[in-house]
Design a protein around this ligand. Sequence first.
Ligand SMILES: NC(=O)c1ccc[n+]([C@@H]2O[C@H](COP(=O)([O-])OP(=O)(O)OC[C@H]3O[C@@H](n4cnc5c(N)ncnc54)[C@H](O)[C@@H]3O)[C@@H](O)[C@H]2O)c1
Length: 439
Amino acid sequence: MPVKKGAEIAPAKGKLGVLLVGLGAVSTTFIAGVEAIKAELAEPIGSLTQLGAIRLGKRTDNRVPAINDFVPLTDLDDLIFGAWDIFPDSAYDAAVHAGVLEKELLNKLRKPLQKIKPMKAVFDQTYVKRLSGTNIRNGKNKLELARQLIDEIAEFKRKHRCDRLVMIWAASTEIFMKPHAVHRDLKSFEQAMRDNHKAIAPSMIYAYAALKSGVPFANGAPNLTVDIAALMKLANQNGVPVCGKDFKTGQTLMKTILAPGLKSRMLGLNGWYSTNILGNRDGEVLDDPDSFKTKEESKLSVLEYILQPEVYPQLYKDFSHVVRINYYPPRGDNKEGWDNIDIFGWLGYKMQIKIDFLCRDSILAAPIVLDLALFLDLAQRTGMKGVQEWLSFYFKSPMTAPGLYPEHDIFIQLMKLKNTLRHLRGEDLITHLGLEYYD
Ligand SMILES: NC(=O)c1ccc[n+]([C@@H]2O[C@H](COP(=O)([O-])OP(=O)(O)OC[C@H]3O[C@@H](n4cnc5c(N)ncnc54)[C@H](O)[C@@H]3O)[C@@H](O)[C@H]2O)c1
């Protein structure tokens, strides 16, 4: 554990500014949702920080406080929102365009949403081919763009009288990139920014600006972004917590719920075929093969790690895993994800499972954004820095410390998250051994 058991946690006093990169479907559904909850028009369904409880001590103790009573989290009334986007639309117009929430609800929230106007984006179409916009900043090189963001972050904090900030990448998925030699340390990274090197994507410029400003950073998309040596060193050096990558929603959420169950009963897998149709802007961006490759890598790794073919070769060696995303405009944000799962049981007899998940991507993603903002802020007030593996619960492709493999099993992830909270508050970790009846 990076911090002492029962470490002191600074109180969540004052305002927390939530800076969102990208003011699209996910961000507007998150902001509008918080405003609707504050106005008592809706409930925070899907949010662990708002609805979750945590068992403490022995099973016979009956101590199950709400998570937000157990650890000091920022109150929803103290959240302030800011965003960058390549389109100048206010959060209200962007929410109407995204088409996730009903007009009737959005009209009740028109006032606070209209006030949120996106700041000018750092954008380069090389990295997101299907988009072009007008609300874009200029600078003589990538380092200068980062400096502009750093100034803007400081100005936002001052203007809105925020006590603390967090930044969350909820912008479009960038093209697939591998770590490059210029990512190895801060010096070469900064030189590459000066040289306008192509290995520095816009998302890295935002992450760099956040970390330089001491602002925790979460990456909701599968882009490489902060998951490179130079930025991880900067996060550790500046004492800033980070986490990523790619919000765990929809089909991958189902996969990480079902696969651990199949494995726990020693049922084998011949193949898992997943296909999706979606028609929102995210779907349009992912229709470009280079952006899809980033997403595909993120979605494919999940089963390998959960099923451990090297440990269970009779069950999981050489299973076939295929993931497809098809852009189909009529569906908008209401994605449909089909899974065909070929499994086998006793004596090798074959069976099939079919899932047809009519989900709403942004409805699943919005509470994740809220929880990440509140937990990252908690981590910073506790003095935690670098990769926050206890937040793997929220990601398709969790970041890890160098040399470790990611944990994908959602039940292990949840146990890790709750045990981290217990540790922070000086409570015993719960191992589910059940020995309390015998002591
Ligand atoms: N919706 C989900 O369930 C889900 C799940 C996992 C990951 N994600 C990821 O979250 C991101 C957001 O998803 P969405 O559905 O809101 O997409 P969206 O297309 O509705 O919104 C993304 C916004 O980002 C803006 N943008 C692009 N590049 C930018 C830049 N460099 N700076 C500032 N703004 C920029 C776009 O103009 C757009 O408004 C995507 O990368 C998506 O893959 C979404």
